[in-house]
Design a binder for this molecule. Structure first.
Ligand code: JCF
Length: 673
């Protein structure tokens, strides 16, 4: 193979990467995309296809390389070069003024101080490390001194640059950037909806969802979570210093980091207070949750002069917002069955305006919660909105209780189907396990057909509604016996669409153990656990259905709660009937493709020396490792090949003396192809 076309391909790959990086910058930093999502996807697919044809050109900072690598067994701990400090809080305007006085006193000045003001995100602090403009590693804040290495998970965040834009602004050799990882309100809603449908426990709020997502050892799970990041603070920056904080933020944007567009410089504490009030008024309209504002002294020399308290800088403060609370009266409490069978008490109250919206309902969560707070119909209650729309009851105002109220008790039967409800040991919530419970069918079908489950194209929620209303589908297995005649009379159904749907249903029958199990929807058995069980049972679903809780518990990652839940699920003959009916209708679990990876360098050791022109040393090493080999820093008798570029010295000499084959970079490339 000649090197010219190969260079052309490499150049095309490089050009695509740059294009994609530029579009990321426009989208995430400038908030001003110039191409559609479809066009962007097309660029990404083109790059992916070129890289698939030429895996030798895959480099870790390619936009295609966000998800990958094998799951970790644990996170390594990493010390922060400089501690990641927390912020001290100002609980009200008064305390913001006190902060400003301290700053002026500390500096020995009496004048307006310039602050950089920003919304305080309710997420998780992280540190991102870039060497020569390339994302190398990232970690959690941890205790401020030592965090956990979550590089793989951070890489999956689409707005996080894997390589900096350095056309106009060179990258420092070392750049540490701190920021906040968070999940938007909309992302949180859709994530919880998916989890509800798949029977996984819901996240209480976006912050917990973000924390749970960053804590995944399997980064493919993190990649499916709608994580975002905003950067706001330097760690160690080598070879560059800033006269003020705002010029650091300006550079961050130029390098392609997402920086909150609401950040402003304000002059004097009165302007800071005005900013704080403005943010508090806007908080419910923002697409993400904030719990306050942050103010930093802009001048770097002032920051240096002020220094630190034990855990927090004296040049910064977090201004906390007031809780969003109101009082109202409870008109009624009723049990509701969710789409996954959770039976929850919901209170209806006198409409009340709180945190920017009028609310009329609150979930009371479960019987324990009601008992603990002794919530009764007729009570006057204090409610609070914490960001999301559904408020919670903080407490009953007992002084206002009238004489004849009665404690509330959840019914013993499902309000939807009348079957008895159960409570599992791990949960406080009551559940209806009846698979054909009308309240759950829709949700079960929607989950069953979804992308990561059976992946049946063309069955949207509207169609599911029709299936259920026409009583065509009472449990998920009914999907497989739908006929052309069943579909045609449905609304907006034509010959072609009916055929397409039947084809999609048919095609979905060939699936994997893991996808089918996930589709069935056993509580706490999400995608990851389904894969774990697939591996353990080697695709034998029958054996899985008959396994004891004791055996399940021997599986790494399966605890007592999950094991008991699985056994309880199969103890219901209705559930077995549904699954067996799926198999009878032709559902077939095929082997997972463990495509034999190319292991041509198995057992071989490579040494790279001199300056490389096609690859970075790291990429070259990765390419060897991907193919089963090892790359080493020193030449020995065990070395199989030395790849030498211009300027190679002692290692090349040693290779020659040991008679080890020496390759040029181009010859190495040919070994790869
Ligand atoms: O948004 C935040 N949660 C946030 C936290 C913003 C900042 O500018 C921070 C921070 C924690 C520490 N700055 C520091 C120094």
């Amino acid at each position: 193979m000649g090197s010219k076309p190969l260079m052309d391909i490499l150049n095309k790959i490089r050009a695509l990467r740059k294009q994609i990086r530029d579009h990321n910058y426009r989208y995430y930093v400038l908030d001003d995309p110039v191409i559609s999502d479809g066009e962007y996807d097309a660029l990404l697919r083109e790059l992916e296809s070129l890289e698939t044809q030429h895996p030798e050109f895959i480099s870790s900072d390619s936009p295609t390389q966000r998800v990958g690598s094998t799951p970790l067994s644990k996170f390594e701990s990493v010390p922060h070069r400089t501690p990641m400090l927390s912020l001290s809080n100002a609980m009200n305007t008064e305390e913001l003024l006190v902060f400003d006085e301290r700053v002026q006193k500390g500096l020995g000045v009496s004048k307006k101080i310039e602050y950089v003001a920003e919304p305080k995100l309710d997420g998780l602090g992280v540190e991102l490390i870039y060497e020569n403009g390339v994302f190398i590693s990232g970690s959690t804040r941890g205790d401020g001194f030592t965090g956990e290495d979550i590089t793989q998970n951070l890489r999956t965040i689409r707005s996080l640059p894997l390589r900096l834009r350095t056309e106009f602004l060179p990258a420092p050799s070392l750049l540490e950037v701190r920021g906040e990882v968070f999940i938007s309100k909309a992302g949180f809603q859709s994530l919880n909806k998916t989890r509800e449908l798949s029977g996984e426990p819901l996240f209480a709020n976006p912050r917990n969802a973000a924390a749970g997502s960053l804590r995944q050892l399997d980064s493919t799970i993190t990649a499916d979570r709608p994580l975002s990041v905003y950067c706001y603070q330097p760690g160690v920056v080598k070879g560059k210093s800033y006269a003020n904080h705002s010029s650091f933020l300006r550079d961050l944007k130029n390098w392609g980091f997402p920086v909150n567009p609401l950040i402003r410089t304000v002059n004097g504490i009165d302007a800071a207070v005005a900013y704080h009030r403005d943010m508090e008024a806007k908080r419910n309209d923002l697409p993400y949750e904030i719990d306050g504002t942050v103010f930093k002294v802009n001048s770097s020399s002032y920051q240096d002069e002020l220094g630190f308290r034990s855990r927090s800088p004296k040049w910064a403060i977090a201004g906390k917002f007031k809780a969003q609370q109101a009082t109202t009266t409870i008109l009624d409490i009723a049990a509701q069955v969710g789409r996954t069978g959770a039976v929850t008490p919901v209170a209806t109250f006198e409409p009340v305006f709180v945190g920017g919206v009028t609310v009329t309902h609150a979930t009371l969560h479960n019987q324990d919660e009601i008992d603990r707070k002794d919530i009764r119909v007729g009570d006057t209650v204090l409610i609070e909105r914490a960001g999301d729309v559904i408020p919670k009851v903080v407490k009953v105002i007992l002084e206002k209780r009238t004489g004849d109220s009665q404690p509330y008790m959840l019914p013993a039967q499902c309000p939807s189907c009348g079957h008895p409800i159960y409570r599992s040991e791990d949960e406080t919530v009551m559940r209806c396990q009846y698979l054909s419970c009308p309240a759950q069918i829709r949700g079960r079908i929607e989950h069953f057909v979804s992308k990561n489950a059976m992946d049946i194209d063309g069955i949207g929620n509207k169609l599911v509604d029709q299936f259920v209303e026409a009583e065509l589908v009472k449990t998920v297995n009914d999907l497989f016996t739908l006929s052309y005649e069943d579909l045609l009379p449905l609304e907006r159904m034509a010959d072609k669409s009916a055929r397409n749907i039947l084809n999609a249903i048919n095609a979905s029958k060939k699936t994997t153990f893991a996808k089918f199990l996930y589709a069935v929807g056993i509580r706490n058995v999400g995608e990851h656990l389904s894969k774990v069980l697939e591996k353990y049972f080697q695709g034998d679903f029958q054996r899985f259905m008959e396994t004891s809780a004791e055996e399940l518990e021997t599986i790494y990652e399966v605890g007592k709660i999950v094991a008991d839940g699985i056994v309880r699920f199969w103890s219901d003959s209705e559930n077995i009937r549904v699954v067996e009916s799926c198999f009878r209708s032709g559902v077939e679990l095929v082997d997972v493709q463990t495509s034999l990876e190319d292991q041509r360098f198995s057992g071989m050791t490579f040494v790279f020396t001199g300056s490389l022109e096609i690859f970075t040393r790291k990429d070259a090493g990765e390419m060897v490792e991907k193919r089963g080999g090892r790359s080493s820093g020193s030449v020995s008798k065990k070395t199989n090949y030395v790849v030498a570029g211009p300027g190679a010295g002692s290692k090349l000499k040693k290779a020659e003396s040991l008679d080890i084959p020496v390759l040029s970079e181009k010859e190495f490339l040919e070994l790869l192809i």
